[in-house]
Design a binder for this molecule. Structure first.
Ligand SMILES: NC(=O)c1ccc[n+]([C@@H]2O[C@H](COP(=O)([O-])OP(=O)(O)OC[C@H]3O[C@@H](n4cnc5c(N)ncnc54)[C@H](OP(=O)(O)O)[C@@H]3O)[C@@H](O)[C@H]2O)c1
Length: 320
């Protein structure tokens, strides 16, 4: 049994992980939230505890973390540009004697150049390195599964809590965006369910967590993803090819544009944010940012990851 605190436990990704942890029936889970009580609509599994926290109050956090072995953070990055919440959580975890910490990662980027919306991840990576520089005071891992494969089923929902999001590949309309001359850029694609299963295994893992926890569900080039798309949809894809130089100049000259944005962004910011995300996604993929490592695959060699083609065949089976 592991005593786990889930910071930001009311979010879409965290709830997938909570479900997997609860399903194991082994752990004591406390959800940290800024809200006074769990909104009924969230439908949090029974047996999970609720703790209202103020991330600015370090002493309160230390108190809440007494006896906790592992902290998994899913704190939203965009709403906290200086990452005060996660920094205070790290400090409090060290003070309370927490053994393991996982910051709000669950994506991929070697650095976060070109992906300003994920700058917060880099800040916390650096902070975790800094606090451990003299001596190791907090074991941690960065869970990095790449992009959620579920997003290639957009606009259809394939996970219980994670909402559909369109990023660069639109299977519904048979189209994809890619950088001219970089069709072999690599994407790591892992289902939300596989991420949750691996995090649940990692929580029980008796060895030391690696600082980078790469999770490689599928490692595919843009060309391979498009080939899968054409087989799955039985239709050739319209390729919105963009030039690297245009992207570097902040221009997105594609024959089509993305439509959906994350719920953390207000509508009036949506168009600008969408353009930034599209450019950053394409630029960073060319630079290898989405080519996740595979530390967790080696830690759990018996785990069978969901193949992209099988998952997408099923997701699109009876869809128009
Ligand atoms: N790889 C991928 O494709 C992918 C896709 C989506 C997300 N992700 C990653 O997964 C992680 C979680 O994302 P998400 O979309 O699930 O997050 P989310 O639902 O937007 O937010 C998670 C929780 O963060 C808490 N929160 C918000 N602002 C906060 C603040 N200033 N201080 C402290 N807590 C705050 C909220 O909980 P309370 O209000 O209850 O406190 C919220 O429910 C992120 O690191 C994200 O980058 C990866």
């Amino acid at each position: 049994m592991v005593k786990i605190a889930i910071a930001g436990g009311t979010g879409q990704v965290s709830r997938e992980i909570i479900d997997a942890l609860v399903a194991s029936g082994k752990h004591e889970i406390t959800i940290f939230s800024r809200a006074v009580r769990a909104p009924r609509l969230l439908g949090l599994p029974s047996g999970t505890k609720w703790l209202t926290v103020d991330y600015r109050d370090k002493n309160g956090l230390v108190q809440g973390l007494q006896g906790i072995h592992t902290v998994l953070s899913f704190v939203q990055l965009l709403s906290d540009p200086n990452q005060e919440s996660q920094r205070n959580l790290v400090d409090a975890a060290i003070q309370a004697g927490v053994k393991r910490f996982a910051p709000s990662e669950y994506g991929r980027s070697k650095g976060t150049t070109d992906m300003g919306w994920w700058d917060g991840k880099q800040k916390i990576r650096e902070y975790l390195e800094e606090v451990n520089r003299k001596e190791k005071v907090l074991e941690y891992t960065l869970f990095q599964p790449g992009l959620f494969l579920d997003y290639l089923a957009f606009p259809h929902k394939t996970a219980k809590h994670v909402e559909p999001l369109q990023i660069g590949f639109n299977f519904e309309r048979h189209r994809a965006m890619l950088v001219e001359g970089h069709e072999d850029a690599v994407m790591t694609l892992t289902t939300v369910a596989d991420l949750a299963a691996i995090v649940a295994r990692a929580v029980e893992y008796e060895g030391t967590w690696p600082a980078t926890g790469g999770i490689r569900g599928n490692r595919l080039t843009f060309s391979q993803i498009i080939e899968i798309g054409e087989r799955v949809r039985g239709h050739t894809f319209d390729l919105g090819k963009v030039k690297l130089a245009d992207l570097e100049a902040g221009e997105l000259k594609s024959s089509w544009d993305l439509e959906a944005v994350h719920k953390a962004v207000s509508q009036d910011q949506a168009a600008a944010f969408q353009k930034t995300v599209s450019i950053g996604f394409l630029l960073s993929s060319v630079k290898g940012a989405w080519d996740s490592s595979d530390e967790m695959n080696h830690m759990f060699p018996d785990y069978e990851f969901t193949s992209a083609e099988e998952f997408l065949m099923k997701a699109w089976e009876v869809k128009p």
